[in-house]
Design a protein around this ligand. Structure first.
Ligand SMILES: Nc1ncnc2c1ncn2[C@@H]1O[C@H](COP(=O)(O)OP(=O)(O)O)[C@@H](O)[C@H]1O
Ligand SMILES: [Mg+2]
Length: 431
């Protein structure tokens, strides 16, 4: 439910209209809805409707729009409309307002409002830990320093990188991602630096690399912890010199890019082991944003579930999935999420495609979730059952990390592909 603030001399009549669109939660104590009444707590409203026939509307608009989007409305007066938009109104409606017009404009703003209310941009979370992250994103956005985003797999490092770009001065310039773990070292270099025609067999044309294409914008090095030391040296050079050379090229090209990188590895350990250059580490880690694992901010789970239901509901053409039952939310609140938010998103996406009910049921969730032990383990629990649960969590987590790639998951678990396949079948893990 959205809380709407209505400011108009005709507020009384308008309330009836707003109630007919069922969105308004009109505060009955507040009779004249005027901002002069200091008691009006603006923080609790999501959207304001401002009648431009009220006195001092310009000043009110300026005050209000700091707190929420403002929809201005008046008679058909183009100049006034232009002025209102200039002062920061989000929309302009012509009187007389009707319930259709109101529904449309509220719908239009609803999604934006909800994501801002419950998170930052596309990143959902109201927990104190996430609020801290949002604060860091805002700070990082306005600075030009490099940012290293750390955190377990599936904690949302990429959306954070995008938000930093989007809220900074480079927002209208390109944002380019290079996934360092998905591309073999040899290709990584040509992807990033490009090549000249004839540089190697098969280079039949000149190709610009990502760093050149992103000029003026941001380059996001995802999984930077996985790259080879030789490649690290090349990245370091870009950071130090602000120049690149295409493979087979003969001259340096100036590039102006902001570098954001992410890793799920502890790079300080990699530096100690000598697999990651510490000079590069210091260059990349000017601002560090650490994303907490989902199990440390379980209060965000219901919001995330809601968000993912809305996000994926359109995949069902035959039925509108509206929510989740208490019964199904319970096991989701008692799980440790080794694969973090991505794991939760996958579960919801899968439940949406499987369910036969407009509300997700507990039977639509993966079976291992329902068997997951309660926090207090009984001493009579049999070892075999316990081990199977742990095994299932580890396998599921490895599969999340490898994005379903069985060979990769097997490698990270230290077992053979065939062994993993057998376990997946025996443990009935959905892939
Ligand atoms: N806080 C969040 N709010 C909404 N979606 C999220 C959040 N965190 C992660 N996600 C979702 O999970 C996906 C996985 O995140 P990703 O950035 O790939 O994780 P990783 O940290 O492994 O790079 C994202 O694409 C996004 O859809
Ligand atoms: Mg990632």
């Amino acid at each position: 439910m959205l809380n709407l603030l209505i400011i108009s001399d005709e507020a009384k009549e308008l309330y009836t209209l707003f109630r007919s669109v069922r969105f308004t939660q009109h505060d009955s104590k507040q009779k004249d809805s005027s901002l002069e009444r200091k008691s009006v707590n603006l923080g609790k409203y999501d959207l304001a409707f401002l009648d431009l026939d009220t006195e001092n509307w310009q000043q009110r608009l300026l005050e209000l729009r700091q707190q929420m989007p403002v929809i201005a409305f008046s008679g058909p007066d183009i100049e006034m409309a232009v002025e209102a938009m200039k002062l920061g109104a989000s929309d302009f409606l012509v009187k007389p307002l009707t319930s259709e017009i109101l529904s449309d404009v509220i719908d239009k703003h609803k999604k934006k409002i909800l994501t801002h209310k419950y998170g930052f941009d596309e990143i959902i979370g109201t927990s104190a830990l996430m609020q801290k992250v949002f604060g860091l994103i805002k700070k990082a956005a306005v600075s030009e320093s490099t940012v290293l985003i750390t955190g377990e797999s599936g904690t949302g490092k990429e959306p954070v990188a995008r938000a930093i770009h989007k809220w900074g001065p480079r927002k209208d310039q390109p944002f380019m991602t290079i996934n360092c773990s998905a591309i073999p070292d040899t290709l990584l270099e040509s992807e990033l630096f490009g090549f000249e025609k004839g540089a190697f067999t098969g280079a039949n044309y000149t190709k610009k690399g990502l760093l050149e294409l992103a000029n003026g914008g941001t380059v996001f090095f995802d999984e930077i912890g996985d790259v080879h030391p030789l490649f690290q040296a090349k990245v370091l050079r870009v950071l130090q010199e602000g120049e690149i050379m295409r493979i087979g090229g003969s001259h340096q090209i100036k590039v102006d890019v902001r570098i954001i990188s992410a890793t799920n590895k502890d790079l300080t350990v990699a530096c100690k082991k000598g697999t990651f250059r510490d000079d590069l580490y210091y260059r990349l880690n000017v601002i560090n944003i650490h994303l907490p694992p989902l199990r440390d901010r379980m209060e965000d789970v219901p919001l995330l579930v809601d968000h993912f239901i809305r996000k994926h509901a359109s995949k069902r053409k035959d039925m509108l999935i509206k929510g989740i039952t208490e019964d199904a939310l319970n096991p989701l609140m008692n799980y440790s999420y080794p694969g973090n938010v991505r794991e939760l998103e996958n579960m919801i996406e899968r439940a949406i495609s499987f369910t036969n009910s407009p509300e997700i049921l507990s039977s639509d969730l993966p079976s291992y979730l329902l068997q997951s032990p309660a926090p207090k383990r009984s001493s009579t629990t049999r070892l075999k059952g316990e081990l199977a649960i742990i095994e299932r969590e580890l396998i599921w987590s490895a599969l999340q990390e490898s994005q379903g790639n069985i060979s990769k998951a097997a490698a990270s678990l230290g077992i053979f592909r065939q062994q993993l396949q057998r376990k997946i079948k025996n443990l009935k893990i959905a892939t």
